[in-house]
Design a protein around this ligand. Structure first.
Ligand SMILES: [Zn+2]
Length: 218
């Protein structure tokens, strides 16, 4: 499978649809997979962080202007995702959703990495260069679990295979714990419908911009 997808080429010609309201895509299979991978990744990388959320919600919605590095204002049109720190709701821009669900491997992985990054915000992590996946730069963001899920082990990058191999037992434990948590959460949610939405109306702190330049991963 070809790895070097040129995101810029895909972005050209894609207009952001004028959307009315937010679409809850939490239940979409790919979103569930990416949330599970994100949870597992962070359980291995930052085991002391505990999600404050019973369940995470993913919404496709129009973006607000955001705050970027150094407090600079980022216009909404340049934002792909927004998640307030410690919130349980991840907002995805329609353009990022369209790319992530287009069926293309490169953009599927990009979307998975995007979810993993935003999931970091739900755990309270800010955008920071000290944690590669929380970097503002797409070139530094890497989630080996996304690589493996999208491309399969045979095509997984060497460095990502090494991370997976080095963390085998941690990954197994994280997966077991996540499944137990999910089971408890679904029991809790069904017992207390409707689940309270924590979508915040305040200015989001964690915003993700599209890659400025295509970043081939191979
Ligand atoms: Zn961010």
């Amino acid at each position: 499978m070809k790895r070097s997808t040129l995101l810029a080429a895909l972005l050209v010609g894609l207009a952001i649809p004028a959307s009315a309201g937010a679409a809850d895509v939490t239940a979409v299979h790919a979103v569930q997979r990416d949330l599970a991978l994100a949870s597992t990744f962070w359980a291995v990388e930052q085991p002391t962080l505990v999600s404050p959320c019973v369940a995470d919600q993913v919404l496709v919605t129009t973006m607000q202007d955001g705050i970027g590095d150094g407090g600079a204002l980022i216009p909404a049109a340049d934002v792909w995702a927004e998640t307030a720190l410690g919130a349980c709701s991840i907002d995805i821009a329609p353009v990022a959703w369209a790319l992530g669900t287009s069926g293309d491997s490169g953009t599927s992985e990009m979307f998975c990495v995007l979810i993993a990054h935003e999931y970091g915000h739900t755990l309270g992590l800010p955008d920071t260069e000290s944690i590669p996946l929380m970097s503002s730069s797409w070139g530094r963001r890497d989630d080996p679990l996304c690589d493996q899920a999208v491309y399969g082990w045979r095509w997984t990058l060497h460095k990502d295979r090494e991370w997976i191999a080095a963390n085998r037992s941690e990954l197994r434990m994280a997966t077991i714990e996540r499944k137990a948590r999910d089971a408890a959460a679904s029991a809790q949610v069904s017992a207390s419908q409707p689940a309270a939405s924590q979508a915040s109306a305040s200015a989001p702190a964690g915003v993700t911009q599209p890659p400025v330049t295509p970043t081939p991963t191979a």
